[in-house]
Design a protein around this ligand. Sequence first.
Ligand SMILES: *[C@@H]1O[C@H](CO)[C@@H](O)[C@H](O)[C@H]1NC(C)=O
Ligand SMILES: *[C@@H]1O[C@H](CO)[C@@H](O)[C@H](O)[C@H]1NC(C)=O
Length: 316
Amino acid sequence: MAGDRDSSTIITTVTITAAALIATYLIYRTIRKSSQKLIGRVKQLYIYPIKSCAGIKLDAADCNIDGFKWDRRWIIIDENDLFLTLRSEPTLALVQPSIEDGQLKLTAPDMPPVAVPLEVAEGATSKEIKIWRTNITAFDCGKEIGDWFSKYLNKSNLKLLFKPDTTPNRYVKDDSIWGVDGQSNDQCAFADLTPYHLTFTASLDVLNTKSSRQISMQSFRPNIIVETEEPHVEDHYKYYHIKDTTFRKVKNCERCLLTTVDPNTGVRDVAREPLKSMRTYRKSADPRQKNSPLFGINTAIDRLGPIAIGNSVFAN
Ligand SMILES: *[C@@H]1O[C@H](CO)[C@@H](O)[C@H](O)[C@H]1NC(C)=O
Ligand SMILES: *[C@@H]1O[C@H](CO)[C@@H](O)[C@H](O)[C@H]1NC(C)=O
C-alpha cells in the first residue's frame, strides 16, 4: 500500500538523518576535546566576601552561575551611596573576613572583632546602588557594622550592604561597554563585571622580572590562580575547562591603581608598581580599555560544577 511505503520511507529518512546528526556531533565533540590543550593546574582558590577587603583561601569550591558562594556579596558604601574600594581606601586590604558559625566575622588592625549574619536582617532597609555601569539592590547590615567601618576608615556614615542569593544579580548584557561580549545569563553580585577572575602564574613571573618591587598574586584579587608555564597563555584561548566546568573569557582584565596597594601592608606603592612596568609591555589594544595594562581574565561560566586545588586546566 502506498501509505505504508511512504511512512516507511519517512522512518528510514528520519533514522538516517538522526544517525548522521549524532555521528556529526560525536565527531565534533572529539575534535573539540582534542583541540583542548593542557595549560596548567589550579594552584589556589579565593573568595573576597567584601568587595576590596582581604580574601579567604579555599581548597575546593562549587562554581555557581554567579561566582563562588560568598564571593563579593558585601560592599561598603559612603553617605552618597558610592561604594568604597582599595583605590581610595588602601587599608581595606587589612580587613580580614572569615565565615564561621553562620556569620561573617571581621578583624582589622586596632579594631575589636565584629560579625554580621549571613542573611538579610529582619526589617533591613534596601538600597539600589550603582556598580560601574549597572545597578543592583542590596540590604543594609545595620548601624553597628557601619559604625565599625566609619571608625576604622575615619569616614562618617559608612554602611555595609549585603546581596543575598534570592535577589537579582547584575547582568553582563546590561553593561553599556561590555554587554556585547556577554551572553544572556552571565551575572554576578558586586564583582566588577563577571563572576570569575582567573590569573596565571607564568604571567606574574614575567612581571616580576620587570617590576622594581616583587608583586604578589594577591594584588590582582583573582578567584582562580592557574599555575602555568607559558606567559600570557590567556591571550590564545577563550574557554577554560576544569573538571566538568567551562569558563568563558569575556575580556582580558584591564588593571587600575588598585593593584598598586600592597595586600600585606595596605600601603599604596609610590613607584606605582606593578602598573608602571606593565605599561611598558602589556597595554591593551582595545580602545574600550583606554591603554590600561592587561593581567588575568574576566570570565563567565558555561558549565557549572565543583573544582579543587590541583585540578588540571585545559583551554581552547
Ligand atoms: C541606578 O542607581 C542610581 C542610584 O545609585 C540612580 O541614580 C540611577 O537612576 C539608577 N539607574 C537606573 C537605570 O535605574
Ligand atoms: C579623621 O578625619 C578628620 C576630618 O575628616 C580629621 O580632622 C582627623 O584628623 C582624622 N583622624 C584621624 C585619626 O586620621
